[in-house]
Design a binder for this molecule. Structure first.
Ligand SMILES: Nc1ncnc2c1ncn2[C@@H]1O[C@H](COP(=O)(O)OP(=O)(O)OP(=O)(O)O)[C@@H](O)[C@H]1O
Ligand SMILES: [Mg+2]
Length: 412
């Protein structure tokens, strides 16, 4: 029998047709998140194993948890089909009745891969594997394979890019007419009908531009890591509009204490930044600033009963807490990214408030491909208190603009 598998969407179909009909050994698919990379790889693995007798197909994921998930997904798809002879979750393989075997390995312990001989390979999320895993352990597996069976081996690399690493080099080979043994393919998250465009658009608005381009459009970006770009466009307007808001980030240990005053339209109109004074002096200073602008103050707290917050509130009653957690911080930073991109924030001239410029320019993120999560931070040795104070005041202002108050974290 011939196995036809799932119904690919049109971009998957183009890639699969090309991979199956081409003579190239290496097929490099650089595609965006949720495109259906893994599903396409699973189906090609099955296609190769079922439609050829006695071949070995090697599936490799960056980490072990991913390989065992794929093995389970494959068994869910074909376990009841009558094709499977045995499935072993400790040796991580599935043997079919036609003598073919699908072998699952992770690239994190690539020494375990050495010594295999396989005709077909799928390296899912290749950009997240070490280049040594490919060159030293995985690549040799396919070099002797054709001698054994007469079948021409094929290897599929699928991944969302991760900067310009070895996956980028492979992808370039696949685009070069001088390397007919390599073929490259591209696809973005917009190409799959299985995720709705609204969720991609939402990601586009709230992610740093280069993260969006890499993750969703599958672009190879230089890893500058900037979160905020095109800041020059953000000019504070000469007119100021009440009411006013303040965001406070108290600097613990070596950090700075920063309070930023924003007007109703998002313009930064005043600020206070101090690292050296006693807490009581800093709190007095912030209370003065709040009175001057008759502002609603929102102040970072790390938990219930934060003494600095309580002291400030005693001096200036219109003060509310913003409870910082990774999640709440992420939300207000994303809100700030959105407003920076939409030019709904006004920054004072660089010479007047240099800290906000330098901190926004260097503010960066760590992207974790396994959890698909972003953690925002400042580079080592630099600060981000000004950015956090701005994110808090901006959140404070937008809460008021949209409907009165609802504090993230629920403490009031
Ligand atoms: N041709 C298809 N038919 C049905 N569902 C599909 C198809 N292609 C993709 N999907 C669905 O889209 C979702 C994403 O697929 P998959 O996990 O394979 O994508 P991916 O590119 O590997 O994603 P990630 O970037 O998260 O690793 C899954 O729910 C999958 O079932
Ligand atoms: Mg995947």
């Amino acid at each position: 029998m011939r196995y036809t598998g799932f119904t690919p969407h049109s971009k998957q179909r183009d890639m699969i047709n090309s991979i199956l009909s081409s003579d190239a050994l290496y097929h490099v698919a650089c595609v965006g998140r949720q495109f259906g990379k893994s599903l396409m790889g699973i189906n090609l693995a099955l296609y190769w194993a079922i439609n050829n007798n006695g071949v070995k197909v090697l599936w490799i994921s960056p980490i072990y948890a991913q390989t065992s998930k794929v093995q389970k997904e494959i068994m869910a798809a074909i376990g009841a089909s009558g094709l499977v002879k045995s499935c072993n979750y400790s040796e991580n393989n599935i043997t079919l009745k036609n003598g073919s075997e699908i072998i699952f390995r992770s690239a994190e312990k690539y020494d375990n891969i050495r010594g295999l001989t396989c005709q077909f390979g799928i390296l899912d999320e290749s950009a997240f594997m070490k280049s040594d895993a490919w060159t030293e352990a995985i690549r040799p597996i396919f070099l002797t394979a054709s001698n054994k069976t007469g079948i021409k081996p094929k290897i599929l690399f699928t991944s969302t890019p991760k900067g310009k690493n070895w996956f980028y080099d492979l992808f370039q080979l696949g685009n070069s007419p001088d390397h007919p043994n390599y073929k490259s393919y591209t696809g973005s998250s917009y190409d799959t009908p299985y995720i709705d465009t609204a969720s991609i658009e939402d990601a586009k608005r709230t992610l740093p531009t280069n993260v969006f381009q890499q993750e969703y459009l599958a672009k190879f970006i230089d890893s500058g890591g900037e979160v905020f770009t095109n800041l020059e466009r953000l000019q504070t307007k000469p007119t100021q509009k009440s009411p006013y808001f303040i965001g406070v980030d108290f600097g613990k240990s070596n950090d700075w204490t920063v309070a930023i005053v924003q007007d109703w339209d998002g313009n930064i109109v005043d600020w206070y930044r101090d690292q050296k004074s006693e807490w009581t002096q800093m709190i007095d200073h912030i209370a003065q600033l709040a009175k001057k602008w008759n502002a609603t103050v929102m102040c970072e707290v790390n938990g219930v009963g934060d003494p600095l917050f309580e002291d400030l509130r005693r001096k200036y009653y219109n003060t509310y807490p913003f409870i910082t957690t990774n999640k709440s911080k992420q939300e207000i930073i994303e809100g700030l990214i959105l407003d920076v991109n939409n030019q709904e924030i006004g920054l004072p001239p660089r010479a007047e408030f240099p800290a906000i410029w330098s901190e926004m320019e260097t503010f960066t993120y760590d992207y974790n491909p396994n959890t698909r999560s972003i953690k925002y931070s400042h580079p080592p040795g630099l600060h981000d208190d000004t950015v956090i104070a701005l994110a808090i005041v901006n959140y404070n202002r937008k809460q008021k603009r949209s409907s009165g108050y609802a504090v993230i974290g629920g403490m009031r």
